[in-house]
Design a protein around this ligand. Structure first.
Ligand code: ADP
Ligand code: MG
Length: 613
């Protein structure tokens, strides 16, 4: 067997976009694992220590290198993957620049052991800061093992530039996912400080996706993935898109082309547009989309990090992609079909006579008070807050007690007996009225206030939880049958960041093994059901928050808790509950808007009301 690595002539080297230098442990991992893939490995083992600062090791069972190649591999522009500039347009390999090993060896201590299947002995090469320290024959398995130790040992400034272990690890996982998701026929194992955090057997793309992201909720992932599949002369597209109801703020979104991860903002738009009107503006669908095209029709050379790729037929592929996703969503009846054809349909009266309406069953509990577990704020004379609206010397206002006489629009579905009930519960102190079990109307001196009950309660609880987090005052209610929260490795990194805050607000956890927690206690104020979903939601939002330097993690947690436990529109309130809600709302510093900026209170001034008569 002959040697295969050669130096690229300058004319070719100069045509290649300058490779990115090694920035952090994750870049080393990416380059080494890509080399293993290019070497035809079917098994790749990765070991990192101290988030890659001390050690990044990649062991593969690929084709290995000859003695000369093992030495040559560390030269700049030394590659076995391309020969001429033309080859750049027919790339089938991940690497082609011949720069990675040279760049790594320049800033770390590297130990390479490699052997080709047909050779009796392998070779050991030790390089540090571009100097070769050792080269000798060794006994080793076929394949290649790279150990990269003490990254940036000779560039202290770069070493200091590295972020916390958690951040570096999450970069490592990002690179790992990008490779593992598109090489599902290769088995991977990943050790972090001696603990195996991934063991992925060879499988298919779908199972790979589920085993990476569905670690904590496999079912959730199995249920949500819709298959897309389309084959044309220009492109074949296959993969999976998430059902709209599983959209999330920080969704998992992956494009791959010819086995390589890519970013593609233009195609991303195509995906989002296919989901138009199906998901909230703030959320986005999960997707894993694999493109196969003739390598001649793409240019992966345009961007040094190799994640942005130019397609020759971008517009056409955009349309094909868009159609494929719409078809997948449509097939599963997710796009509501509107059928205007009324022929032969029974002509239903749009309004039923009132006397035929059966009284709706209401399950409200007159003793329900959503605030009994919270602490009582001193009641403010909140009407004074609106005193500014009051018009002096207004003859009508002083002569007519119109407040008690307002003719409220009564929903047709409220029956006589229900109205009776409402009236019976109204105490003499207030004349609050709940409209459609959604808004509270209340008269004040200067007019009429309309309060969105759900938003009001969200604001009250948000302020409450925020104080608890900041003062560590959370009250815990013990859970009788603790549920277990299982997280993926990178979710766990984030979870650890919010864990102390969750404990401050009243959560109580036990460890339940690797990346898993037993939820022993929850804040006294929250509903017991779906605690795991709530925690996952909180994690999801915390991740988004972490990306925004202006956002506060405490606020994000408080808001998620408040939204999850606030009373909902449609919930019937007694008069006492309404007064309580109003008092508590106006005790909040910002009673006009929810923490995420939605209006809580609207005022109809007396003047406006009078104009209507
Ligand atoms: P590139 O991947 O762009 O060719 P690198 O600097 O990453 O450049 O690697 C240089 C060469 O070393 C590769 O072209 C390949 O021949 C060889 N090589 C690197 N890693 C491995 C590996 N794990 N197994 C076999 N050969 C390898
Ligand atoms: Mg390479």
């Amino acid at each position: 067997m002959s040697d295969i690595i050669h130096l690229l002539p300058d004319s070719v080297a100069n045509q290649i976009a300058a490779g990115e230098v090694i920035q952090r442990p994750a870049s080393v991992l990416k380059e080494l694992v890509e080399n293993s893939i290019d070497a035809g490995a079917t098994f790749i083992q990765i070991v990192i220590k101290d988030a890659g600062r001390t050690l990044i090791q990649v062991v593969d069972n690929g084709k290995g290198m000859s003695e000369t190649d093992a030495r040559m591999a560390f030269e700049r522009h030394a590659t076995s993957k391309i020969q001429s500039a033309d080859d750049l347009f027919a790339l089938r390999t991940m690497g082609f620049r011949g720069e990675a090993l040279a760049s790594i060896a320049a800033v770390a201590q590297v130990e390479l052991r490699t052997k080709r299947a047909g050779d009796e002995l392998g070779v050991l090469v030790e390089v540090a800061g571009t100097r070769v320290f050792k080269q000798e024959a060794v006994q080793c398995d076929s394949g290649t093992s790279f150990q990269v130790k003490n990254l940036f040992f000779n560039v202290p400034a770069r070493r200091r530039f590295l972020k916390s272990d958690n951040v570096e690890k999450s970069h490592i996982l990002t690179e790992f996912y990008r490779i593992a998701l598109v090489n599902s026929s290769v088995s991977f194992s990943l050790f972090d400080n001696d603990e195996e955090i991934f063991n992925l057997p060879a499988s298919n793309n779908k199972i790979r996706i589920e085993s990476i992201f569905g670690k904590n909720a496999k079912k959730r992932w199995q249920q949500q993935l819709l298959t897309i599949e389309t084959n044309t002369n220009m492109v074949s597209i296959h993969g999976y898109v998430g059902k709209p109801e599983y959209a999330q703020k920080s969704a998992n979104q992956y494009f791959f082309v010819n086995g390589r991860y890519m970013r593609h903002p233009y195609f991303h738009k195509a995906v989002l547009l296919a989901y138009n009107q199906m998901i909230q503006a703030s959320e986005s669908p999960n997707y894993f989309i694999y493109f196969e095209v003739d390598p001649q029709t793409i240019d992966i050379n345009i961007h040094p990090t190799k994640t942005e790729i130019k397609f020759e037929n971008e517009q056409a592929i955009w349309s094909i992609l868009s159609a494929a996703i719409k078809e997948a969503l449509g097939k599963f009846n997710i796009i509501p079909s509107i059928d205007f054809d009324q022929e032969g349909a029974v002509d239903m009266p749009t309004r039923m006579p009132v006397e035929n309406v059966r009284p709706p069953q209401t399950n409200f509990n007159p003793n329900y008070n959503p605030f009994t577990t919270g602490y009582k704020r001193p009641t403010l004379d909140w009407e004074d807050l609106y005193g500014g609206f009051e018009k002096k010397d207004e003859p009508i206002a002083s002569s007519i007690d119109w407040e008690s006489d307002i003719d409220m629009p009564v929903s047709a579905t409220i029956t006589q007996s229900e109205q009776q009930q409402t009236i019976e519960q109204t105490d003499s102190r207030t004349d609050n009225f709940q409209y459609k079990n959604r808004y509270i109307l209340t008269g004040i001196k200067s007019g009429l206030l309309m309060i969105d009950q759900q938003r009001a309660h969200t604001r009250i609880l948000f302020d409450f939880f925020l104080t608890q987090i900041e003062k560590s005052q959370g009250i815990t209610q013990q859970v009788l049958f603790p549920e277990v929260l299982e997280l993926s490795a990178d979710d766990d990194l984030f979870f650890e960041q919010i864990l102390p805050d969750l404990q401050r607000v009243g959560f109580d956890f036990d460890s339940a093994g690797t990346n898993s927690y037993r939820v022993k206690g929850i804040p006294a104020q929250i509903e017991k059901s779906s605690v795991i979903d709530l925690l996952l939601d909180m994690l999801d939002k915390a991740k988004t928050t972490a990306q925004d330097p202006t956002a506060s993690l405490h606020e994000s947690i408080s808001l998620t808790l408040a939204e999850a436990s606030s009373l909902k529109a449609g919930q019937r309130l007694s008069s006492e509950e309404m007064s309580d809600l109003i008092d508590r709302l106006f005790a909040c510093a910002n009673y006009n808007f929810t923490p995420d900026g939605k209006k809580i209170v609207t005022t109809f001034t007396q003047e406006e009301l009078e104009k209507r008569f």
